[in-house]
Design a binder for this molecule. Structure first.
Ligand code: AMP
Length: 213
């Protein structure tokens, strides 16, 4: 079973694609953002520390994220394979991941910055099941309510304009250089992340079926 990493800027649609992809492949979807948000919601000491960074749109210190990720990777369902979304986000995390588990493919999602800002500001999520919506392209059936469980939809605090600017800057400075890293290891495959969820999903499957160059 494959070990796949989804790489790309915030708002590019990694989280939207990760769930269905993981389901098709029969592996769990691991999202460091989701794991951290669960720790924040649970009020754990790690969650309280991470919360300050997350609200500001900054990266949570490596050792905290690593702690939460290794715990999750050690669970039996993640041993054979996974779709990992949100990690690594800097060079040191990429090196740590390479020591932790062998990753088969790194899928890079590409989208111009203006489209990212639009997606982030229109994004809403369900606090109960985590399902993501976009008010323009993927709206809920009943305005403001989750299709799955009817919970009132929320905007993430780090999707506010100031935090969005910081997250995009952090991405450019720390995460984007990883493209070179994974290009040099031969693990990188890029996909165009514009268009609808279905279109991107098709491109993603095509990229996974592509033989290695
Ligand atoms: P995401 O849901 O992936 O956009 O992550 C939301 C926030 O969680 C980020 O803006 C960071 O503050 C934090 N975060 C998630 N993954 C990482 C990571 N690998 N390293 C550092 N911070 C992270």
């Amino acid at each position: 079973m494959p070990r796949i990493v989804l790489l790309g800027p915030p708002g590019v649609g990694k989280g939207t694609q990760a769930g269905p992809l993981a389901k098709t492949l029969g592996v769990p979807h691991l999202s460091t953002g989701e794991l951290l948000r669960a720790a924040v919601a649970g009020g754990t000491p790690l969650g309280r520390e991470a919360d300050v960074y997350m609200r500001a749109g900054r990266l949570v210190p490596d050792e905290l994220v690593l702690h939460i990720l290794t715990e999750r990777l050690e669970e039996p369902d993640a041993r054979p394979g996974f779709v990992l979304d949100g990690y690594p986000r800097n060079r040191s995390q990429a090196e740590t991941l390479a020591r932790l588990v062998p990753v088969d493919i790194v899928l890079f999602f590409e989208l111009p910055e203006h489209a990212l800002i639009e997606r982030l500001t229109l994004r809403r999520s369900c606090p109960t099941c985590g399902r993501l919506y976009n008010l323009a392209t993927l709206p809920p059936k009943v305005p403001g309510r989750c299709d799955e469980d009817g919970s009132p939809l929320l905007q993430r605090s780090d999707d506010a304009p100031e935090a969005v600017r910081t997250r995009l800057r952090t991405y450019r400075e720390q995460t984007e250089p990883l493209l070179e890293f994974y290009r040099s290891t031969g693990q990188l495959r890029s996909i165009d992340a514009s268009g609808t969820t279905t279109e991107v999903g098709h491109r993603l499957r095509e990229a996974l079926d592509r033989p290695n160059p």
